[in-house]
Design a protein around this ligand. Structure first.
Ligand code: 13P
Length: 248
């Protein structure tokens, strides 16, 4: 049985002061040991959020990192820094990073390998545009993203990773993929992992759905056989996130 994992992606929201307030508000609402709970927060919020989350079931994660240990990369944050701060999860290759910051499947792969080297669990994002869905190439596209993201990743490493399927047309639009659409792609991702590695790896890896997840649709989405939780944007900034974590 895979343990569900529900992660909030705060994106570029919350000052350090607000971050502490939000963690304090959500603390009692997300106290559910049956689910791994992660708040992926802006880099500047990591330390204060961690302090505020001490002694709770909340894991603080990052939203991005660079694929080098250190060096002349002004403005970047390294996995070495994240690991030293105690960060256990990092979102890699979110569609917004791909769209606005020119991230590619190749940089995603480099970041995945680096995060794993530092013992940080990558939450690896994939997803199709509305055009791609209409062209009928969703599964082909996702399979390509997955195959490149996992290049040179061993089966043992792959088992520890998390994949987030986030159809781009469902992000921040209020347009959730139907349960069938979400399950179809998450199942296809699991098949793809099985092809790259083996059945045991496919069974172990956790696959989240993301895109307009809210308190009203989480239970049905998370009940699907291949959906092991969610990556939540907007609703992770509200008390409603507690209802998503405690979806049962
Ligand atoms: P929304 O939940 O706001 O649609 O965002 C989804 C997302 O991009 C999470 O990474």
């Amino acid at each position: 049985m895979r343990k569900k994992i529900v992660a909030g992606n705060w994106k570029m929201n919350m000052t350090p002061t607000q971050a502490v307030e939000l963690v304090n508000t959500l603390k009692p609402l997300v106290a559910n040991d049956e689910v791994d709970v992660v708040f992926c927060v802006p880099a500047i919020d990591i330390i204060p959020a961690m302090e505020a989350a001490k002694g709770t079931n909340i894991n603080i994660g990052a939203e991005n990192m660079y694929f080098e240990d250190s060096g002349a990369y002004t403005g970047e944050i390294s996995p070495k820094m994240l690991a030293d701060a105690g960060v256990k999860y990092v979102v890699i290759g979110h569609s917004e990073r791909r769209e606005y910051f020119a991230e590619t499947d190749e940089t995603v792969n480099k970041k995945v390998l680096k995060a794993l080297e530092y013992g940080i669990t990558p939450i690896i994002c994939c997803g199709e545009t509305l055009t791609q869905r209409e062209q009928g190439i969703t599964i082909d596209w996702i399979r390509q993203q997955i195959k490149i993201a996992f290049l040179n990743v061993t089966a043992d490493q792959a088992k520890t990773t998390v994949i987030a399927y986030e159809p781009i047309w469902a992000i921040g639009t209020g347009k959730t993929a139907t349960t069938e659409q979400a399950e179809e792609v998450c199942a296809a991702i699991r098949v793809c992992i099985g092809e790259i590695y083996d059945q045991a790896t496919a069974e172990a890896i956790r696959i989240q759905y993301g895109g307009s997840v809210n308190a009203g649709n989480a239970a049905e989405l998370f009940a699907q056989p291949d959906i092991d939780g969610g990556l939540v944007g907007g609703a992770s900034l509200k008390p409603d996130f507690g209802k998503i974590v405690c979806y049962k």
